[in-house]
Ligand binder design. Sequence first.
Ligand code: SF4
Length: 268
Amino acid sequence: MDSSNQDPRAPVLEAFASIQGEGRYVGQPQVFLRLAGCPLRCAWCDTPHSWVVKDGGRARVAAPGGVRREDALVDARAARAWIDELDPSRAMPVSVTGGEPALWPDFVAALARELGGRRLHLETAGAHPRALARIADDCDHLSIDLKLPMDLGAPVEVDAAGPDTEPAPRTDAEWRDARRAVLALARGRDAALKVVVAGGRDATDYDELLDDARELCPDAPLVVQPATPIGGVAAPDNELTDAVLAAARGRGLDARLLPQLHRLLGLP
Ligand code: SF4
């Protein structure tokens, strides 16, 4: 859908302005562009409506004058027009989130060009290192999840992204390779890492993720985020999150505990 022409497009689920609820820039007003399509199936996913790209889908644009629906499949110029409408001051960074925006690397690169000097932040699951390598230099900030394979269901590829789309990891070994490649890419950049901790896990389950972060991307802040209880997933108890935080800090990582602020405040 986005890689074979001069005018790459991506399916937008929603565009809105809000407060960044996670990561390094938590609390910062931002414009969010949520793209549809995600092959992963995180047990604690809070946006399962973003997984599938619907034919003829409509984007929800929460403009200051009122919410409206537009054709979802847009090029970067149309997306930039929505962004400028949401923040005419052009002061707010733009967070491209999902779904998994790495499914649409040509669109992300085109959007970076369209945005000019406005900052572009990318929120990714870190499952698509080849795509990320193509767009990392276009982004001013990378927010990368470190996924625990036991938290994931079998991936379901997004056909609408096109046949050349990098497949999602399936095995623990593929996840390890993807994670290490993405961490190496993030090293030295404005980046943040996030580990979501769900109830019922053991702190040692996260050792491999934290070891890779220490080895490959030691300077990025690492957020330990308690899972928001959704879809039968339990929130972790304080003992578990404290243990994961201590394990990260014990490795010399700049780790901090942070819940999803926008969920606490009831914001989009
Ligand atoms: S990567 Fe994000 S959108 Fe995809 S299943 Fe996981 S939490 Fe949901």
